[in-house]
Design a protein around this ligand. Structure first.
Ligand SMILES: NC(=O)c1ccc[n+]([C@@H]2O[C@H](COP(=O)([O-])OP(=O)(O)OC[C@H]3O[C@@H](n4cnc5c(N)ncnc54)[C@H](OP(=O)(O)O)[C@@H]3O)[C@@H](O)[C@H]2O)c1
Length: 235
């Protein structure tokens, strides 16, 4: 396993170590997000992910080999700058478990919440396990002062946050490969949503990175939690 940013994105990025499971941290409270002094906080939730040209984030076996050709040359595709500017991570339990197989925990000092209905044991104080709904979790993380959150993935987790209308930005590293099948960008559908392209950057490797925000969001803050789907969990 290399330490390349694309692989970190697909796998190691989600590696969060151990810690006791967060209790049902902060049950539902007024407002869509954490509030401090009565002021609604603006929270950015960014789904930063590598995706094949036909819309998959991993092949059926979940491996990362398909990303290897794009590791050459030391290009980090802006990951270093992105990572420096996120202050918390949220990821699904399968992405977390896969990341653990690579051994090294890559996110020292970055608080990480792993969404799961199961019990995990962890040794990393930055890692929390939670069964909160997406809306509850964003409120909880936001209330702790985190403004830019990386939604690491995978498909199931991203689907539940999109269904709840909580993702404010998408950074898609489009890999010029047809995988044919595998884990889709989102595990299931959701409401129709229109996005605004705010940046696109081609790389010599033929990868194109696209940055979209929700139309009308002006790149700031997450929208209100106004959908019943906000409480939906993904199983
Ligand atoms: N290309 C990339 O950049 C990239 C990035 C990240 C991941 N990936 C790939 O994605 C694959 C894993 O994705 P995946 O879709 O199979 O799994 P996942 O989203 O990582 O994890 C799914 C699990 O997370 C828990 N979960 C998710 N949403 C939940 C919710 N709203 N409420 C409660 N629990 C929730 C459930 O765990 P429990 O069963 O424990 O309750 C569920 O089974 C891996 O192959 C990985 O390599 C690729």
């Amino acid at each position: 396993m290399s330490n390349h940013p694309l692989e970190r994105t697909a796998h190691r990025a989600g590696v969060c170590g151990p810690s006791p499971r967060s209790p049902g941290v902060g049950r539902r409270s007024p407002g869509a997000f954490g509030t401090i002094g009565g002021q609604a906080r603006l929270t950015q939730l960014i789904y930063y992910v590598a995706v094949s040209l036909d819309g998959f984030i991993a092949p059926p076996d979940g491996s990362v080999d398909w990303l290897a050709p794009y590791n050459a040359g030391g290009e980090d595709y802006g990951f270093g700058e992105f990572y420096k500017n996120v202050d918390a991570l949220i990821e699904g339990s399968k992405t977390y478990e896969q990341a653990l197989t690579f051994g090294e925990w890559p996110h020292p000092g970055k608080p990480c919440w792993v969404v799961t209905s199961r019990e995990f044991e962890s040794k990393q104080p930055e890692v929390h396990f939670t069964s909160l709904t997406p809306a509850e979790l964003i409120r909880h993380v936001s209330a702790q002062g985190h403004k830019r959150i990386w939604l690491v993935g995978g498909s199931q987790l991203a689907a539940s946050f999109r269904a709840a209308g909580l993702i404010t930005e998408y950074v898609l590293s489009v890999i010029p490969v047809f995988l044919g099948s595998g884990r889709p960008l989102f595990a299931r559908g959701g409401a129709v949503e229109t996005l605004k392209l705010v940046e696109s950057k081609p790389y010599p490797s033929d990868l194109v990175q696209l940055r979209y925000v929700r139309a009308g969001s002006a790149e700031q803050g997450a929208p209100a939690d106004r959908s019943p789907a906000a409480r939906a969990r993904v199983g």
